[in-house]
Design a protein around this ligand. Structure first.
Ligand SMILES: *Cc1c(COP(=O)(O)O)cnc(C)c1O
Length: 393
């Protein structure tokens, strides 16, 4: 379906809404049953009817139909956070005793869900470097039920070949899941490469205005119905109609915002790569990116996220750089209108050895928002001036 149809028409039943252009916010918890026989029919299949807003709500359904269409899947469910969406999707395919392969260095709370929480229920796991798809075979066990991907991840951007991995998994009946938050549906549709469940933190690009926390799982009707009947209704981490309406508003400009952030990030990354105070730029759209060929094949664009390594190993200099920025806000998250930095030196404690999973102290994750690129560059340039340029370069 054409993206214009999806963004401006899909799911919008204006005939039922007094022809209102913006979808109404059905701020209601429950729905009246017109009579006993209707009630009997509705409660037997809440997935297809309106009974209670923890299940279906018309405003949330408009959003669900757009998100499913954007990801080229049959159905979707929207959750109260990306973390809730990830947990529900994984729980829907795993049981006690099952084994899961997860890509190395996934989103932090995904890592904790798998390593700290699912283990309490007997779910075993391996974290695997899957930059080479063939590596996956070495991790698969007879009771491996799921392979969880993030391509690229949101800090160092390692990618996986989705086509190759889904082929391996499909042949063995293993469910594939991916966190597609980095690319958004604008730049990658993993379902087209055979991935079964596609997850987003809608907090990031999909809403895009830094005022809602939400998540989405997209997949086939059968898989999504299964999640609806179990994790969605049982755990109840659903989104409110009002927040669904905010995300609908955000979606109207999704392609525009992606394009703007993409262009700005590319420009900043290219300039940073030439700057003597920057040792390395990690950006999947740069020819220097180790998996550049795969990125070119699998991503239609790269959006606003990338990382740099400052040309220093001195934590104090890294801190001085971060503190000197003032147009970039120092903050977690990304995908909104505002440009951000996440300096990894903040995760290092002065005087103590960094843990094995710590990112390098000089790594700074940058998110380019919607501001003017030159205005942002001025800020980076003045902050980089705190780094003594090494004469050997
Ligand atoms: C933010 C984020 C999440 C978690 O989403 P929330 O909406 O914060 O729960 C998951 N994956 C990635 C890659 C993220 O950046």
């Amino acid at each position: 379906m054409d993206i214009n149809d999806i963004l401006f028409r899909t799911g919008e039943n204006r005939d039922q809404w007094y022809q209102s252009i913006a979808p109404p916010v059905y701020q209601t918890s429950n729905f009246r049953f017109p009579g006993i026989s209707a009630m009997r029919e509705i409660i037997a299949d809440e997935f297809s009817h309106h009974a209670y807003t923890r299940g279906n709500n018309p405003t949330v359904e408009v959003l669900r139909s757009k998100l499913a269409a954007l990801e080229h899947t049959e159905q979707s469910l929207v959750f109260s956070s990306g973390a809730a969406a990830i947990a529900a999707a994984l729980l829907s395919v795993l049981g006690s005793g099952d084994h899961l392969v997860c890509v190395a260095r996934p989103y932090g709370w995904t890592q904790k869900l798998i390593a700290r929480w699912l283990t309490r229920f007997g779910v075993r796991h391996d974290f695997a470097d899957l930059r080479d798809a063939g590596t996956l075979e070495r991790y698969l066990q007879p009771d491996t039920k799921a392979v969880y991907l993030e391509s690229p991840n949101s800090i160092t951007f390692e990618m996986q070949d989705l086509e190759a991995i889904s082929a391996i998994c499909r042949a063995r009946g293993i469910t594939t899941l991916i966190d597609n938050s980095y690319a958004s549906p604008i730049y990658c549709n993993p379902a087209d490469h055979g991935i079964d469940l596609v997850i987003h933190s809608a907090t990031k690009y999909l809403n895009g205005h830094s005022d809602v926390v939400a998540g989405v799982v997209c997949g086939s009707e059968a898989r999504i119905r299964r999640i609806f009947d179990q994790e969605y209704m049982i755990l109840g981490a659903v989104i409110s109609p009002y927040e669904a309406a905010l995300i609908l508003r955000g979606l109207r400009t999704l392609p525009l915002r992606m394009e703007r952030s993409d262009q700005t990030a590319r420009l900043l990354a290219a300039r940073l790569e030439d700057h003597p105070a920057v040792r390395q730029v990690i950006h999947p759209g740069l020819p220097s990116f180790p998996q550049y060929a795969l990125a070119q094949r699998q991503l239609r664009g790269t959006g606003g996220l990338f990382s740099i390594c400052l040309d220093t190993d001195d934590p104090a200099v890294c801190e001085a750089f971060a503190d000197k920025l003032n147009r970039f806000a120092m903050a977690a998250s990304w995908g909104g209108y505002e440009s951000l930095v996440m300096p990894m030196c903040a995760f290092h404690t002065p005087g103590s050895q960094p843990g094995p999973s710590a990112y390098p102290v000089n790594l700074v994750r940058i998110y380019a928002g919607l501001e003017d690129a030159d205005w942002l560059w001025e800020d980076l340039e003045q902050a980089l001036s705190v780094i003594p340029v090494q004469s050997t370069r």
